[in-house]
Design a protein around this ligand. Structure first.
Ligand code: UDP
Length: 237
């Protein structure tokens, strides 16, 4: 799908917000990403966000260190809420309007996620951050992103990475690796290209939701995508 999307769901990993820090959030990166989001909002594109939590906590890592997995995942989901609040704050400081809708009950922090309410806010021009992943342990924010994108009837799921698309092999280890401009979900799954976890990929495939993988840190990339330009790699059914 190379036409300009009307509603996008952008997945940012927690690590993307970390920049060169060892953990936490780099305020310069936060501001840069928020600015780009508001630029595409200003074009009339509706923007929903799912932000990861890997810059703070990951359940699997905590479990490997001896913690109960469910509790570890709850910490991971709460980490995504902290990132969401940081992004909300930054968007508002830049003059944007943003709702954080967590999938876990934390009423004082944000209204509980509901797909219909989220769609209403998007139609009213607010940026909607779907926080706390799916609300369930043993899932990832990639899966949350694909689920929310389908629920919110997004035209396109955007996965921001540090690489400018999907390659035949890891371009850092294999200099001869070639970037795909387009491929199918079945191909990405069969070749184990590591785009997103399997649950997320199957969710996109089964709901005919196109996915574009791109480098968020390439200046103007998001803007180009919403104008319908073929940036990064497109994965379709
Ligand atoms: N998480 C979870 N359920 C979800 C989404 C996330 O339990 O639906 C937890 C899980 O522990 C995960 C952490 O939240 O490791 C942070 O999410 P993720 O690892 O996907 O963040 P990212 O790698 O994108 O920064």
């Amino acid at each position: 799908m190379n036409t300009a999307p009307r509603r996008i769901l952008l997945k940012l990993s927690g690590e993307a917000l970390m920049g060169d820090l060892d953990s936490g959030i780099d305020p310069t990166i936060l501001k840069r990403v928020a600015t780009e989001i508001l630029e595409v909002r200003a074009l009339g594109v509706q923007v929903a966000l799912v932000i990861g939590g890997g810059n703070l906590f990951r359940g699997a890592t905590l479990a490997a260190a001896g913690m109960d997995r469910v509790r570890g995942d709850q910490m991971g989901m709460l980490a995504t809420v902290m990132n969401a609040l940081a992004m909300q704050d930054q968007l508002e400081q830049l003059g944007g309007s943003c709702r954080v809708l967590p999938a876990l009950a934390i009423a004082q922090v944000g209204e509980a996620y509901s797909a219909h309410q989220a769609r209403r806010y998007l139609e009213q021009g607010e940026v909607v951050i779907c926080a706390a992943g799916t609300g369930n342990p043993f899932f990832t924010t990639d899966t949350a992103a694909s689920l929310r994108a389908v629920e919110l009837q997004a035209d396109l799921l955007l996965k921001a990475t540090k690489v400018d698309g999907i390659y035949t092999a890891d371009p850092k280890k294999h200099p001869t690796a070639v970037r795909y401009e387009q491929l199918s979900f079945d191909e990405a799954i069969a070749k184990q290209l590591g785009v997103m976890d399997l649950t997320a990929m199957v969710m996109c495939r089964d709901n005919q939701l196109p996915l574009r993988v791109f480098d968020m840190f390439a200046a103007g990339a998001l803007h180009a995508i919403v104008r319908g330009e073929p940036v990064g790699t497109l994965v379709e059914v």
